[in-house]
Design a protein around this ligand. Structure first.
Ligand SMILES: [Mn+2]
Length: 310
Protein backbone atom coordinates (compact mmCIF):
# COMPACT_ATOMS: atom_id res chain seq x y z
CA UNK A 1 0.00 0.00 0.00
CA UNK A 2 1.47 3.40 -0.90
CA UNK A 3 2.21 5.92 1.84
CA UNK A 4 -0.61 8.27 0.90
CA UNK A 5 -3.16 5.46 1.15
CA UNK A 6 -1.90 4.57 4.61
CA UNK A 7 -2.61 8.19 5.49
CA UNK A 8 -6.14 7.82 4.15
CA UNK A 9 -6.76 4.71 6.19
CA UNK A 10 -5.72 6.09 9.57
CA UNK A 11 -8.56 6.56 12.00
CA UNK A 12 -10.60 9.44 10.62
CA UNK A 13 -11.99 11.97 13.09
CA UNK A 14 -15.64 12.94 12.72
CA UNK A 15 -14.50 16.52 12.10
CA UNK A 16 -12.13 15.49 9.30
CA UNK A 17 -14.74 13.19 7.77
CA UNK A 18 -17.49 15.82 7.74
CA UNK A 19 -15.08 18.44 6.38
CA UNK A 20 -14.07 16.14 3.51
CA UNK A 21 -17.69 15.36 2.60
CA UNK A 22 -18.58 19.06 2.77
CA UNK A 23 -15.62 20.04 0.57
CA UNK A 24 -16.61 17.40 -1.97
CA UNK A 25 -20.16 18.77 -2.02
CA UNK A 26 -18.74 22.23 -2.77
CA UNK A 27 -16.64 20.85 -5.64
CA UNK A 28 -19.63 19.04 -7.14
CA UNK A 29 -21.84 22.13 -6.78
CA UNK A 30 -19.22 24.26 -8.52
CA UNK A 31 -18.93 21.70 -11.33
CA UNK A 32 -22.68 21.88 -11.88
CA UNK A 33 -22.59 25.69 -11.94
CA UNK A 34 -19.68 25.96 -14.35
CA UNK A 35 -20.77 22.88 -16.35
CA UNK A 36 -17.12 21.97 -16.75
CA UNK A 37 -14.62 19.24 -16.05
CA UNK A 38 -11.29 18.91 -17.92
CA UNK A 39 -12.05 17.66 -21.48
CA UNK A 40 -15.72 17.32 -20.68
CA UNK A 41 -19.07 18.99 -20.18
CA UNK A 42 -21.43 18.63 -17.26
CA UNK A 43 -25.16 19.08 -17.37
CA UNK A 44 -27.04 18.25 -14.19
CA UNK A 45 -26.34 14.66 -13.30
CA UNK A 46 -24.75 13.75 -16.66
CA UNK A 47 -21.22 14.16 -18.01
CA UNK A 48 -19.95 14.11 -21.59
CA UNK A 49 -16.27 13.29 -21.92
CA UNK A 50 -13.81 13.33 -24.77
CA UNK A 51 -11.91 10.06 -24.98
CA UNK A 52 -9.40 10.22 -22.09
CA UNK A 53 -5.68 9.55 -22.45
CA UNK A 54 -6.14 6.68 -20.00
CA UNK A 55 -9.39 5.47 -18.50
CA UNK A 56 -9.99 3.36 -15.40
CA UNK A 57 -13.52 2.25 -14.51
CA UNK A 58 -14.25 0.78 -11.10
CA UNK A 59 -17.45 -1.10 -10.25
CA UNK A 60 -19.18 -1.75 -6.92
CA UNK A 61 -16.91 -1.36 -3.87
CA UNK A 62 -19.49 -2.00 -1.10
CA UNK A 63 -17.31 -0.95 1.83
CA UNK A 64 -14.38 -3.16 0.79
CA UNK A 65 -11.48 -0.81 1.53
CA UNK A 66 -8.77 -3.39 0.77
CA UNK A 67 -10.01 -4.02 -2.78
CA UNK A 68 -10.26 -0.27 -3.38
CA UNK A 69 -6.67 0.23 -2.15
CA UNK A 70 -5.41 -2.62 -4.32
CA UNK A 71 -6.91 -1.07 -7.43
CA UNK A 72 -5.63 2.43 -6.60
CA UNK A 73 -2.17 0.97 -5.95
CA UNK A 74 -2.18 -1.00 -9.19
CA UNK A 75 -3.02 2.00 -11.33
CA UNK A 76 -0.42 4.09 -9.44
CA UNK A 77 -3.18 6.58 -8.69
CA UNK A 78 -1.05 9.57 -7.71
CA UNK A 79 0.70 9.62 -11.09
CA UNK A 80 -2.45 8.55 -12.96
CA UNK A 81 -4.72 11.18 -11.44
CA UNK A 82 -2.19 14.02 -11.58
CA UNK A 83 -2.72 13.98 -15.37
CA UNK A 84 -6.02 15.80 -15.94
CA UNK A 85 -6.43 14.04 -19.29
CA UNK A 86 -6.76 10.72 -17.47
CA UNK A 87 -10.08 9.76 -15.91
CA UNK A 88 -11.10 7.35 -13.21
CA UNK A 89 -14.83 6.68 -13.19
CA UNK A 90 -16.45 5.03 -10.18
CA UNK A 91 -19.75 3.36 -11.09
CA UNK A 92 -21.25 3.79 -7.60
CA UNK A 93 -22.24 1.50 -4.71
CA UNK A 94 -19.40 2.61 -2.45
CA UNK A 95 -21.15 1.64 0.75
CA UNK A 96 -23.15 -1.09 2.57
CA UNK A 97 -22.43 -4.82 3.02
CA UNK A 98 -18.65 -4.51 3.58
CA UNK A 99 -16.88 -3.61 6.82
CA UNK A 100 -15.53 -0.17 6.02
CA UNK A 101 -18.07 2.00 4.22
CA UNK A 102 -16.95 5.06 6.19
CA UNK A 103 -13.31 4.83 5.06
CA UNK A 104 -14.32 4.00 1.47
CA UNK A 105 -16.56 7.06 1.34
CA UNK A 106 -13.79 9.18 2.85
CA UNK A 107 -11.22 7.85 0.35
CA UNK A 108 -13.28 8.49 -2.77
CA UNK A 109 -14.12 12.00 -1.55
CA UNK A 110 -10.42 12.67 -0.83
CA UNK A 111 -9.64 11.56 -4.37
CA UNK A 112 -12.28 13.89 -5.84
CA UNK A 113 -11.08 16.74 -3.65
CA UNK A 114 -7.41 16.24 -4.56
CA UNK A 115 -7.90 15.49 -8.28
CA UNK A 116 -11.27 17.05 -9.20
CA UNK A 117 -10.64 16.95 -12.96
CA UNK A 118 -9.58 13.31 -13.07
CA UNK A 119 -12.18 11.70 -10.82
CA UNK A 120 -15.85 11.07 -11.62
CA UNK A 121 -18.11 9.75 -8.88
CA UNK A 122 -21.28 8.12 -10.14
CA UNK A 123 -24.37 7.31 -8.12
CA UNK A 124 -25.33 3.73 -7.31
CA UNK A 125 -28.65 2.53 -5.93
CA UNK A 126 -26.99 2.32 -2.50
CA UNK A 127 -26.43 6.08 -2.74
CA UNK A 128 -30.15 6.62 -3.31
CA UNK A 129 -31.54 5.06 -0.16
CA UNK A 130 -33.46 8.25 0.47
CA UNK A 131 -35.38 7.99 -2.80
CA UNK A 132 -35.57 4.18 -2.91
CA UNK A 133 -35.31 2.76 0.63
CA UNK A 134 -34.18 -0.86 1.00
CA UNK A 135 -33.20 -3.19 3.83
CA UNK A 136 -29.46 -3.76 3.38
CA UNK A 137 -28.58 -0.06 3.76
CA UNK A 138 -26.30 -0.29 6.81
CA UNK A 139 -24.44 3.03 6.44
CA UNK A 140 -26.20 4.81 9.36
CA UNK A 141 -25.22 1.90 11.62
CA UNK A 142 -21.63 1.90 10.29
CA UNK A 143 -21.34 5.62 11.05
CA UNK A 144 -22.45 5.01 14.62
CA UNK A 145 -19.93 2.15 15.01
CA UNK A 146 -17.04 4.08 13.46
CA UNK A 147 -17.46 7.38 15.29
CA UNK A 148 -18.84 5.89 18.49
CA UNK A 149 -22.08 7.84 18.47
CA UNK A 150 -25.15 8.26 16.38
CA UNK A 151 -24.74 11.26 14.12
CA UNK A 152 -27.87 12.25 12.21
CA UNK A 153 -26.36 15.50 11.01
CA UNK A 154 -23.41 13.70 9.44
CA UNK A 155 -25.76 11.28 7.69
CA UNK A 156 -27.85 14.12 6.29
CA UNK A 157 -24.68 15.77 4.91
CA UNK A 158 -23.81 12.45 3.23
CA UNK A 159 -27.28 12.34 1.66
CA UNK A 160 -26.63 15.82 0.20
CA UNK A 161 -23.44 14.45 -1.34
CA UNK A 162 -25.31 11.48 -2.81
CA UNK A 163 -27.82 13.76 -4.53
CA UNK A 164 -24.96 15.42 -6.42
CA UNK A 165 -23.38 12.25 -7.80
CA UNK A 166 -23.35 11.62 -11.56
CA UNK A 167 -26.02 9.34 -13.03
CA UNK A 168 -24.80 8.95 -16.63
CA UNK A 169 -21.44 9.40 -18.36
CA UNK A 170 -20.91 9.37 -22.11
CA UNK A 171 -17.40 8.87 -23.48
CA UNK A 172 -17.70 10.49 -26.88
CA UNK A 173 -18.61 8.06 -29.69
CA UNK A 174 -17.64 5.09 -27.55
CA UNK A 175 -19.06 4.36 -24.12
CA UNK A 176 -22.26 4.84 -22.16
CA UNK A 177 -21.86 4.41 -18.40
CA UNK A 178 -24.54 4.04 -15.71
CA UNK A 179 -24.67 2.17 -12.41
CA UNK A 180 -27.54 -0.21 -13.09
CA UNK A 181 -29.16 -0.08 -16.48
CA UNK A 182 -31.29 1.61 -19.07
CA UNK A 183 -34.89 2.78 -19.20
CA UNK A 184 -37.35 1.21 -21.65
CA UNK A 185 -38.39 4.62 -22.88
CA UNK A 186 -35.86 6.89 -24.50
CA UNK A 187 -36.64 10.09 -26.31
CA UNK A 188 -34.42 12.42 -28.24
CA UNK A 189 -32.55 14.50 -27.52
CA UNK A 190 -31.15 12.45 -24.65
CA UNK A 191 -30.19 15.66 -22.83
CA UNK A 192 -33.86 16.51 -22.37
CA UNK A 193 -34.57 13.04 -21.12
CA UNK A 194 -31.80 12.92 -18.57
CA UNK A 195 -32.47 16.35 -17.17
CA UNK A 196 -36.24 16.48 -17.01
CA UNK A 197 -37.77 19.31 -15.11
CA UNK A 198 -40.68 17.37 -13.68
CA UNK A 199 -39.96 15.46 -10.53
CA UNK A 200 -41.89 12.38 -11.61
CA UNK A 201 -39.80 11.85 -14.72
CA UNK A 202 -36.61 12.28 -12.76
CA UNK A 203 -37.74 9.64 -10.33
CA UNK A 204 -38.68 7.07 -12.94
CA UNK A 205 -35.45 7.55 -14.86
CA UNK A 206 -33.37 7.49 -11.73
CA UNK A 207 -34.95 4.23 -10.63
CA UNK A 208 -34.23 2.60 -14.01
CA UNK A 209 -30.68 3.84 -14.25
CA UNK A 210 -29.75 2.92 -10.69
CA UNK A 211 -31.64 -0.37 -10.35
CA UNK A 212 -32.12 -2.09 -13.73
CA UNK A 213 -30.32 -5.23 -14.93
CA UNK A 214 -29.76 -6.51 -18.50
CA UNK A 215 -31.32 -9.86 -19.43
CA UNK A 216 -32.05 -11.79 -22.62
CA UNK A 217 -35.83 -11.51 -22.82
CA UNK A 218 -36.77 -12.81 -26.25
CA UNK A 219 -39.65 -10.78 -27.61
CA UNK A 220 -40.20 -8.85 -24.40
CA UNK A 221 -38.61 -5.41 -24.15
CA UNK A 222 -38.53 -5.51 -20.38
CA UNK A 223 -39.91 -7.42 -17.40
CA UNK A 224 -40.29 -6.91 -13.66
CA UNK A 225 -37.09 -7.28 -11.66
CA UNK A 226 -36.41 -9.64 -8.73
CA UNK A 227 -35.18 -6.58 -6.85
CA UNK A 228 -37.34 -4.19 -4.81
CA UNK A 229 -37.07 -1.57 -7.58
CA UNK A 230 -36.22 -1.40 -11.25
CA UNK A 231 -36.64 -3.76 -14.20
CA UNK A 232 -34.86 -6.26 -16.37
CA UNK A 233 -34.24 -4.66 -19.77
CA UNK A 234 -33.69 -6.50 -23.06
CA UNK A 235 -31.11 -6.17 -25.81
CA UNK A 236 -33.35 -3.96 -27.99
CA UNK A 237 -33.41 -1.29 -25.30
CA UNK A 238 -29.61 -1.36 -25.01
CA UNK A 239 -29.16 -1.14 -28.78
CA UNK A 240 -31.56 1.78 -29.00
CA UNK A 241 -29.70 3.73 -26.31
CA UNK A 242 -26.34 3.02 -27.98
CA UNK A 243 -27.72 4.17 -31.35
CA UNK A 244 -29.17 7.38 -29.97
CA UNK A 245 -26.08 8.25 -27.91
CA UNK A 246 -23.69 7.17 -30.73
CA UNK A 247 -21.84 4.81 -28.43
CA UNK A 248 -20.59 1.23 -28.85
CA UNK A 249 -21.03 -0.34 -25.44
CA UNK A 250 -22.84 0.07 -22.14
CA UNK A 251 -20.57 -0.17 -19.09
CA UNK A 252 -22.31 -0.72 -15.75
CA UNK A 253 -21.89 -2.32 -12.32
CA UNK A 254 -24.64 -3.41 -9.93
CA UNK A 255 -24.32 -7.22 -10.20
CA UNK A 256 -21.72 -9.55 -8.68
CA UNK A 257 -19.67 -11.43 -11.30
CA UNK A 258 -16.11 -12.66 -11.74
CA UNK A 259 -14.68 -9.18 -12.24
CA UNK A 260 -16.68 -8.70 -15.43
CA UNK A 261 -19.47 -10.17 -17.53
CA UNK A 262 -20.54 -9.51 -21.11
CA UNK A 263 -24.26 -9.42 -21.91
CA UNK A 264 -26.74 -8.63 -24.68
CA UNK A 265 -24.77 -10.27 -27.51
CA UNK A 266 -21.61 -8.38 -26.65
CA UNK A 267 -22.81 -4.82 -26.08
CA UNK A 268 -22.98 -4.67 -22.27
CA UNK A 269 -19.98 -4.89 -19.94
CA UNK A 270 -20.71 -5.41 -16.23
CA UNK A 271 -17.85 -4.64 -13.82
CA UNK A 272 -17.60 -5.72 -10.19
CA UNK A 273 -14.73 -4.52 -8.01
CA UNK A 274 -15.12 -5.89 -4.48
CA UNK A 275 -14.53 -9.21 -2.76
CA UNK A 276 -15.09 -8.87 0.97
CA UNK A 277 -18.84 -9.56 1.00
CA UNK A 278 -18.79 -11.71 -2.15
CA UNK A 279 -16.25 -14.51 -1.57
CA UNK A 280 -17.71 -16.61 -4.38
CA UNK A 281 -16.95 -13.93 -6.98
CA UNK A 282 -13.86 -12.20 -8.32
CA UNK A 283 -13.09 -8.49 -8.43
CA UNK A 284 -11.81 -6.53 -11.42
CA UNK A 285 -11.67 -3.12 -13.02
CA UNK A 286 -11.36 -1.76 -16.54
CA UNK A 287 -8.18 -0.04 -17.71
CA UNK A 288 -7.90 1.30 -21.27
CA UNK A 289 -5.59 3.64 -23.11
CA UNK A 290 -6.82 6.20 -25.68
CA UNK A 291 -6.02 4.04 -28.73
CA UNK A 292 -7.57 0.99 -27.15
CA UNK A 293 -10.83 2.85 -26.54
CA UNK A 294 -10.90 4.04 -30.15
CA UNK A 295 -10.31 0.53 -31.48
CA UNK A 296 -13.23 -1.23 -29.78
CA UNK A 297 -16.41 -2.20 -31.61
CA UNK A 298 -18.38 -3.49 -28.63
CA UNK A 299 -18.16 -4.73 -25.03
CA UNK A 300 -16.64 -8.06 -26.08
CA UNK A 301 -13.59 -6.16 -27.34
CA UNK A 302 -13.21 -4.59 -23.90
CA UNK A 303 -13.08 -7.83 -21.93
CA UNK A 304 -9.32 -8.18 -22.46
CA UNK A 305 -8.85 -4.78 -20.78
CA UNK A 306 -10.44 -5.92 -17.52
CA UNK A 307 -7.77 -6.49 -14.87
CA UNK A 308 -8.65 -8.84 -12.04
CA UNK A 309 -7.29 -8.15 -8.58
CA UNK A 310 -5.81 -10.80 -6.31
MN1 LIG B 1 -26.09 -1.62 -7.23
Amino acid sequence: MSSSLVQFSNKISSHEFTLTITNTIEILETERKTNKIQNGKIKGNCIWLQVPENLAVIGDIHGDLQSLYKILDEINFEVFLANKNNKIIFLGDYIDRGSNSVAVLYTICKLKQTYPNSVILMRGNHEASEEFPFQSHDLPQRITEYFGEQNDKMYSVILSLFRLLTVMVLVEDNLLLVHGGLAPHISEPVEEMCFPTSKNNTFLLLEDMLWNDPRMLGDKKWETSRRPYGKHFGVDITQKWLDITHTKALVRGHEPCNGFRVDHDGIVLTLFSCKESYPKFEAGYLYMKYNEILSIHNATDMACHVRKIA
